[in-house]
Design a protein around this ligand. Structure first.
Ligand SMILES: Nc1ncnc2c1ncn2[C@@H]1O[C@H](COP(=O)(O)OP(=O)(O)OP(=O)(O)O)[C@@H](O)[C@H]1O
Ligand code: SF4
Length: 307
């Protein structure tokens, strides 16, 4: 059984598309593996699988083994460096043209998710993060129910719900929280993404849209608010081009100095490669924010197991 060696399954949900669910999944996965945990990412966002691109592994080829499809390795565990393994399986690897969105009807999508849960061979994995499709349509509900049926109760830790601060997104995510309550999926917490804009010149964070909607919503539903993640244009540049994020001298986040060293210029000419991209994520202003969110997610998972 493909999930039998997985300790904790965490769903990443959002009420609507484009709020940063895949980005949050990617960053949580990295932070968890850099904290020494073995991590798997299962991308069942059939509406447009973006996880392979975020790890620069979109050209990777998935192979079959006796135990099932083998996920793609982003990095192996390195005990001396305190790093856990990170492996990814995405529907994107199986699409004929990379970047295609799936236009199948509901039953075919549901069948594919079932196959993903049955047929991917996960080795010993502390955390399996599942990037789900956005929304709360009937089809989405049946996908989540399939996930619920497949996982043992002690495995399914719960869901991290991603929202943006604007009211419309928040209304959609309220539906997602209601959906969790109805289906019995525990909510580990809410992340408010794209909250404010980090200026590339001075690194000042300005709230362009209203902020705080995610926190209000989390309080209303009595769930943990995991934190705010600002828009950092350097994050987008990093994903798209593989270039190291650049910050002026004196920039710090959560007390950590992230200003770019003067000798980093040569890195702009490095290829867009998975190992380099993963290293450069750590230079991004969002890394310390996600490290904190990850610590809180781990605590929430531990509490869920105790409770
Ligand atoms: N905090 C952020 N700062 C800058 N760019 C961001 C941030 N969060 C997400 N993005 C960018 O916004 C775009 C949408 O993000 P992402 O693909 O993670 O959203 P999603 O909710 O998974 O979308 P979909 O529903 O299409 O799968 C991506 O290009 C991503 O790089
Ligand atoms: S945030 Fe700072 S650098 Fe950016 S536009 Fe405003 S004053 Fe200028």
């Amino acid at each position: 059984m493909s999930l039998s060696k997985v300790k904790h399954i965490v769903l990443v949900l959002s009420g609507k598309g484009g709020v940063g669910k895949s980005s949050v999944t990617t960053q949580l996965a990295l932070s968890l593996s850099l904290a020494g945990h073995s991590v798997g990412v299962l991308d069942v966002d059939l509406t447009g699988p973006s996880i392979p691109r975020m790890f620069a592994i979109e050209d990777a080829k998935v192979t079959q083994a006796p135990g099932g499809w083998l996920p793609i390795t982003v990095h192996e565990a390195d005990a001396s460096a305190g790093i856990g393994s990170l492996r990814v399986m995405s529907l994107g690897f199986l699409l004929p043209r990379r970047g295609d969105a799936v236009v199948w009807r509901g039953p075919k999508k549901t069948a594919m998710v079932r196959q993903f849960l049955n047929d991917v061979f996960w080795e010993e994995t502390d955390y399996l993060l599942i990037d789900t499709p956005p929304g709360t349509s009937d089809e989405h509900i049946s996908l989540a129910e399939t996930l619920l049926q497949k996982a043992r109760p002690d495995q399914l830790a719960g869901a991290v719900v991603v929202t943006t601060p604007q009211a419309v997104a928040t209304a959609d995510v309220r539906k997602e929280l209601n959906f969790c309550a109805k289906t019995g999926i525990r909510v580990l917490g809410v992340v408010e993404n794209m909250c404010g804009f980090v200026c590339p010149n001075c690194s000042e964070c300005t709230n362009i849209f209203m902020s705080g909607g995610g926190e209000v919503m989390a309080n209303d539903f009595g769930v943990l608010f995991l934190g705010r993640v600002p828009i950092d244009p350097q994050f987008l540049v990093l994903i798209e081009t593989g270039k190291r994020p650049r910050y002026p001298k004196g920039t710090s986040v959560n007390g950590q100095d992230i200003s770019t060293p003067a000798n980093a210029a040569h890195e702009d000419h490095e290829p867009r490669d998975s190992a380099l991209l993963v290293r450069k994520y750590q230079d991004c202003s969002l890394a310390p924010i996600f490290a904190k969110i990850t610590t809180d997610v781990i605590s929430a998972v531990r509490q869920a197991n105790v409770g």
